[in-house]
Design a protein around this ligand. Sequence first.
Ligand code: NAD
Length: 366
Amino acid sequence: MSDRLRIVVVGAGGMGRAWLTAVEASADTDLVAVADLDLDVARTAAGAVGRPDLPVGTDAVALAAQTGAHAVVNVTVPAAHHPVATAALFAGLPVLGEKPVADTVAKALSLAAASQVTGQLFMVSQSRRWNPQLFALRDMVEDLGAIGTLTTEFFRAPHFGGFREEMAHPLLVDMAIHAFDSARFLLGAEPVSVYCEAYNPPWSWYDGAAAASAVFAMEGGIRYAYTGSWCSPGADTSWNGAWRVSGEKGTALWDGDHEPGLHADVDAAARPRSPHSGIDGALHVFVDALRTGAVPMGEVHENVLSLAMVEAAVRSAETGERVLLDDVLADAHAEALRDETCPEVRDALAAWPSVREVLTTRPAAH
Ligand SMILES: NC(=O)c1ccc[n+]([C@@H]2O[C@H](COP(=O)([O-])OP(=O)(O)OC[C@H]3O[C@@H](n4cnc5c(N)ncnc54)[C@H](O)[C@@H]3O)[C@@H](O)[C@H]2O)c1
């Protein structure tokens, strides 16, 4: 594929507008249509990127057929991720989707199977992973030898209004997924279990649990400790959180906004810096993957365990028990098999030998 990738963006809300700007600005892509259930929202967003001429509609697949699009960028609300992405994949369209992959792990598994059945790439853009400073911190992790502990502190006091102030677990579901995903990336280790407490400080302006502390056991016995609050006025951490990696040979620190620092008596290996940043970086990698057939970071199978960490943390907070990730995956698989309406996807799910194995075995090409 040598031509520019023709893209329909579906979901033209706050984040959709950021994606419209990215797709419009990229030398790799042509923005050919905007879909949203609210046509006025779609028209206004198209105008805001200087493209009031763009076709708009409520159905991304119909718009793609009408405009000869090659791919869909899905920036709808989490509950719409599964139906919108499934329809696109079965129409032969690869999908680049906003996090979370879906609103439940069960639906995320259905999407991974749909990607297998259709042979179409589904990549999840977990935008905070695409950060050259995080890549530099990962390089430092390699210099530290065996890792004992990884910590993230996240403390801010945003007043969002709207759905986040009404959710049962706004911090864990809407925000902590970024940190959990980055932890997997930094450690190159997958989660095994979690104990989590989620609570709402008395002065909180959220209905649900605006604060949480979670301790994950990761593969290799590493502990990942996340503690955060969305109602913590003063001395804000970065939106990326503040990070500490404690290893055999020393420590690495990252404040989330500046270059990370290595505090260890080691000869740090010189490595090339990642050129990719934010959603522009994710878009570039997606286009490149379609051109080369390479499996990109964020390919759906690889992303699902980040959402599983959220679901496991919420389950632990609600039951007071330590939760095994494999139990969350097994329950999600059973739910996906029970609820799947597409026979081909159901057959693919039923053929999986083990959910964890399918999610963590990286295909050579897509
Ligand atoms: N990576 C980040 O930092 C980041 C930041 C904000 C939001 N997000 C993610 O981006 C996504 C969108 O969030 P947002 O804040 O823009 O939400 P939003 O509510 O502002 O916009 C979502 C839009 O999707 C439309 N929509 C819903 N269902 C649809 C469907 N079936 N077909 C077509 N359009 C549909 C809605 O009409 C709405 O205009 C979410 O998944 C959210 O988690 C990511």
